[in-house]
Ligand binder design. Structure first.
Ligand code: SF4
Ligand code: SF4
Length: 412
């Protein structure tokens, strides 16, 4: 058996134990634990922290701008504990994430951190845009190269732009020029297109949404296996499903408390993601120093997920799937609604209602929205759905919520 085949087969066969990545009790990671550093996992010859800092949900001030002092503190804490992989994108925080990341990281030596950003496929209008935007990103991030660079969000909605503008070819040239160290893509959608794209180009890694709920609810298991079979390392995002897996209530919460009493909801979900061996880090979009501290703690004292805990995750997942929640990760990509409908906030409060069943809390939160932000103000133009990486058909969902609110009020 060839070495690559052997590794692939091993990765697919292993459930939750750490054999290949150096995350066991011995070796370099035991030393890291003693010195208060998070454990690492290998990506090629690099030691990547098993926890990475996603910069899509940075702390915000009341006016919606990034809270830079808080972000600086989080970065200082992250770097001190070995969390030195930073992931941003052209569109995060309406274009401000890259500026903020560049500013904060300018305080650190360039070779002390890994920096990842992404080319916005949907924003491209020509082949020339690929390089123009890339050069703009270098300036914003105050760097002359990216350690990891991705074609952002390949999906049925972007594949035509990706192919017709020769995005891979242009990025490959930038790699030859030394401006990109590792070239990958992020992906949303069915495994069929993923399989096609994975085979078409010699990708070095792929970023997908991966957590214990979507594993079966969105058939992410199949996407993970497609990538693993293709020998492509996975960079999992949304390990907490946009925060939903830290808001368990009712029987889902009770199962976790009974069967994994030493875990918080977040640590359980993060450990589960780290349990897939082809994931070379766990990318978490953290919004406060407290979240950062808790997650760092999980990965300093990292304990691989056990078979019994895998079963617990399956049990919670099937409870959640029966609750009928909307598959929204509150990523905000749909927030260009010309009418100002507060789509992520509405879906978030509806999901909370489906999980907890508290009608009064739901109605109270819904009524606190401004009139123009409510579901009934949607004019069904469809713009939001075009931008949704979860491929949600948003207008009918809003209509359903509008009707739900009306019916609940009638019954109240
Ligand atoms: S379909 Fe409705 S919610 Fe979506 S962008 Fe148009 S008006 Fe806004
Ligand atoms: S509806 Fe889609 S685009 Fe909007 S926040 Fe949810 S997942 Fe993101």
């Amino acid at each position: 058996m060839k070495r690559r085949e052997f590794i692939v087969n091993s990765l697919l066969a292993i459930g939750g134990t750490a054999l290949l990545n150096g995350c066991g009790a011995g070796g370099a990671n035991a030393k890291r634990k003693k010195t208060g550093l998070v454990v690492t996992r290998k990506f090629k010859n690099l030691d990547i922290p098993l926890l990475s800092f996603g910069c899509m949900r940075l702390p915000k001030l009341e006016d919606g701008t990034i809270d830079m002092p808080q972000f600086e503190k989080m970065t200082e804490y992250a770097m001190k504990h070995g969390v030195n992989y930073f992931d941003t994108a052209y569109g995060y925080h309406a274009g401000e994430s890259e500026n903020a990341v560049g500013k904060v990281l300018s305080n650190y030596k360039r070779d002390s951190f890994f920096l990842a950003t992404k080319n916005p496929l949907r924003a491209l209008t020509s082949k020339e845009d690929v390089r123009r935007i890339f050069e703009e990103q270098l300036k914003k991030c105050q760097t002359d190269y990216f350690d990891f660079y991705l074609a952002h969000n390949i999906s049925v909605l972007t594949i035509d732009n990706f192919r017709s503008f020769g995005v891979y070819e242009e990025l490959a040239k930038l790699k030859e020029e030394g401006k990109i160290r590792h070239l990958g893509f992020s992906y949303h959608g069915s495994y069929e297109l993923l399989e096609e794209v994975a085979k078409e180009y010699p990708w070095e890694f792929c970023q997908i949404q991966l957590n214990y709920l979507d594993w079966t609810a969105m058939n992410v298991k199949q996407s993970y296996e497609v990538l693993t079979q293709a020998g492509i390392p996975v960079l999992p995002m949304s390990p907490l499903r946009g925060g939903a897996l830290t808001k368990l209530t009712g029987s889902a919460k009770a199962v976790l408390e009974d069967e994994a009493p030493n875990d918080t909801q977040a640590s359980f979900a993060l450990r589960w993601v780290a349990g897939r061996e082809n994931n070379f880090t766990v990318l978490s979009g953290m919004s406060s120093l407290q979240q950062m501290e808790e997650n760092v703690e999980t990965f300093i004292n990292y304990k691989p997920i056990t078979k019994k805990e895998e079963d617990v995750a399956d049990k919670i997942s099937s409870i959640l799937q029966k609750q009928g929640e909307i598959n929204c990760t509150t990523c905000n990509y749909c927030q260009d609604c010309p009418r100002g409908v507060a789509i992520p906030a509405i879906f978030d409060m509806y999901n909370e209602y489906k999980a907890a069943g508290k009608t009064d809390v739901f109605l109270q939160k819904y009524d606190a929205l401004k009139d123009r932000e409510k579901a009934g103000k949607c004019i069904k133009c469809g713009l939001c759905s075009e931008n949704c990486p979860q491929l949600l058909d948003i207008p009918p969902l809003l209509e359903m919520i509008d009707n739900t609110v009306k019916n609940l009020k009638k019954g109240a």
